[in-house]
Write a protein that binds this ligand. Structure first.
Ligand code: ADP
Length: 546
């Protein structure tokens, strides 16, 4: 026979059921509250408080607390409390790791529940006894698979913790663990970024960075001052709209479009007589293998090098004067020694000594001639600009350098389109410039290396570049390469040279209204190039057409 429950007992059962459902809903909502706080707030203290209040809403005990492991001090430190008689957070309660009940929880990664603490010898902190706690549950808190703290709930009366309450405590404890991890990461990142900002703002170099879409993402205090910009107005702006000096913007854009293989260095003479030196480098955020890397953005570092240029100018003037003064006596001495050598004939120790003297004097003459050449080009006197076919120029230089290249087992590739617009140039001087670049590539690239010369048109310029896979040049030396007498310190200094070749290239190219540039990476090679303007030629054509 089936017993039909009375309506009273049905009602009672329903009520119990709905109470249980409400309890579970409350538990879930407490968990959701903590989860939401963890994902929305990076304020650790606020999240700890939210967690404690949520706990006390669903577990009907008197108080709760959160202690965190301080690994450096080997202690467990109370960081948040709710419903306690005494303040144990302002002067935090500290329990040495390994001691008492909390020590057991941390060491064994286990929940510890006690229904009645009266006289329990495991209490590690005597002051805690004043709280008059009888029942307690301690739950380990995890982050990245390790115990990082304890969530504790306490009651002044004996209390039976239900299994589902312990499960909720565990879940909340782990949510707090995630919050801890987030907060720690956030604090670290904040600290690093403020340290970086302090460094960026205390450097005397102007720094501007862009993201990979070419939008300005950073500008430091020196850049604000140097370019008279306001950070708030320029951050996020596409680079082409930034009110930078047009030559700087153009250089930066050129470097960005040239690819990500190396740094680009260029110098900008300003209308007010100042000189800026800029280096543009790709920024890589991840440590990926070089072949897979993609630039996350670009950074341009600009230095005001006016004082260096002035000092260089003084040095140049001095050397020029000295070269002038030395030329005549040197010529006389050379002639005299040559005559003496003829007199003495080709053999004998005196003839040998004179020969050594003659070799030294000849080297000195090459040096002085180069210096005077430089002065000659700088003055612009005698520069005869006519229609110049760069294909012709390259052909002549390649024909002259190829025998030496073959002799060293190197290869020389020529990449020139079938037609190129003519430029206005002086073949004699342009030959000097290009042959210098080619002979440097030949000199500094080891035997068997690969050299290439190419020409192409981009925007209003005709580019001529000489590439090699030689030793490359460190960034700090790249800024000085075009200075007179500068030679990169290191083993290559044993290779014969005067340190004037690139200065001649720069002067010749600038006399043609162009600019020189270098891209180089140590161990990979170098690209030396010149950009020669086509605009005058175009204006010429336009004038003739009209
Ligand atoms: P020189 O070759 O007479 O020393 P340059 O002015 O032509 O003088 O070059 C200056 C310095 O630049 C050289 O001493 C060398 O250290 C470096 N250099 C020039 N071209 C290259 C290159 N293609 N590869 C590596 N280093 C180079």
């Amino acid at each position: 026979m089936v017993e039909i429950p009375s309506s009273d007992s049905l009602l009672r059962r329903n009520e119990l059921l709905s109470q249980e459902i409400r309890r579970r809903v409350d538990q879930l909502s407490a968990l959701n509250t903590v989860a939401a706080s963890v994902s929305q707030s990076l304020d650790l203290q606020a999240t700890l408080q939210t967690a404690l209040q949520a706990v006390l809403r669903v577990i009907l005990v008197d108080s709760a607390g959160i202690s965190l492991v301080d690994e450096a001090a080997s202690e467990l430190v109370l960081r948040a409390q709710h419903g306690w008689h005494h303040d144990f957070v302002s002067q935090p309660m500290r329990v040495p790791l390994g001691r008492g009940m909390s020590g057991f929880v941390v060491a064994n990664d286990e929940v510890l529940v006690t229904g009645d603490l009266t006289g329990d010898p495991r209490l590690a902190v005597p002051e805690f006894a004043d709280e008059g706690v009888q029942a307690m549950a301690l739950v380990p808190m995890h982050a990245r698979g390790r115990v990082v703290g304890i969530l504790s709930v306490m009651n002044h009366q004996p209390y039976e913790f239900a299994d589902d309450e312990i499960r909720v405590l565990r879940a909340i404890a782990d949510q707090v663990g995630v919050a801890l991890d987030n907060a720690r990461l956030y604090e670290n990142t904040k600290e690093q970024s403020s340290r970086l900002e302090a460094i960026l703002n205390s450097t005397g170099d102007a720094i501007i960075a862009t993201d990979n879409h070419g939008h300005i993402s950073l500008i430091n205090a020196t850049a604000e001052q140097l370019f008279d910009l306001r950070r708030a107005e320029i951050i996020g702006l596409p680079l082409r709209h930034a009110p930078l000096h047009p030559k700087l913007s153009a250089g930066l854009r050129r470097a960005m479009s040239a690819g990500e293989s190396a740094d680009t260095i260029f110098e900008v003479p300003l209308e007010d007589g100042r000189f800026l030196s800029a280096i543009v480098s790709p920024v890589y955020a991840h440590q990926e293998p070089e072949s897979d890397r993609q630039a996350e953005g670009w950074v341009m570092v600009v230095q005001d090098v006016t004082h260096l240029r002035k000092a260089e100018q003084a040095r140049v003037n001095f050397i020029r004067d000295a070269a002038h003064d030395l030329r005549n006596p040197l010529g006389v001495t050379l002639n005299a020694l040559s005559l003496l050598s003829e007199e003495l004939g080709a053999s004998g120790s005196a003839a040998e000594i004179i020969d050594i003297g003659l070799q030294g004097l000849n080297r000195m003459q090459v040096l002085i001639d180069s210096l005077l050449n430089l002065e000659h080009i700088e003055s612009g006197v005698g520069l005869q600009c006519k229609d110049l076919d760069v294909r012709d120029l390259i052909e002549r230089c390649v024909a002259d350098i190829r025998p030496s290249i073959i002799q060293r087992g190197q290869t020389l590739r020529v990449e020139v389109p079938d037609t190129l617009p003519l430029i206005q140039g002086d073949m004699h001087w342009m030959y000097r410039a290009l042959i210098n670049l080619l002979s440097n590539a030949h000199k500094y690239t080891p035997a068997g290396g690969a050299i290439a010369v190419c020409a192409y048109v981009q925007d209003d310029d005709l580019f001529v570049e000489v590439k090699d896979n030689g030793p490359g040049i460190p960034p700090e030396a790249q800024t000085r390469l075009f200075e007179r007498f500068y030679r990169v310190p290191g083993p290559d200094q044993d290779i014969k040279g005067t340190g004037l070749g690139l200065a001649i290239v720069k002067t010749v190219v600038e006399q043609h209204g162009g600019r020189v540039f270098v891209q180089s990476k140590v161990g990979q090679g170098s690209i030396f190039g010149m950009a020669l303007p086509l605009s005058s030629r175009r204006e010429d054509r336009r004038a003739r057409a009209s």
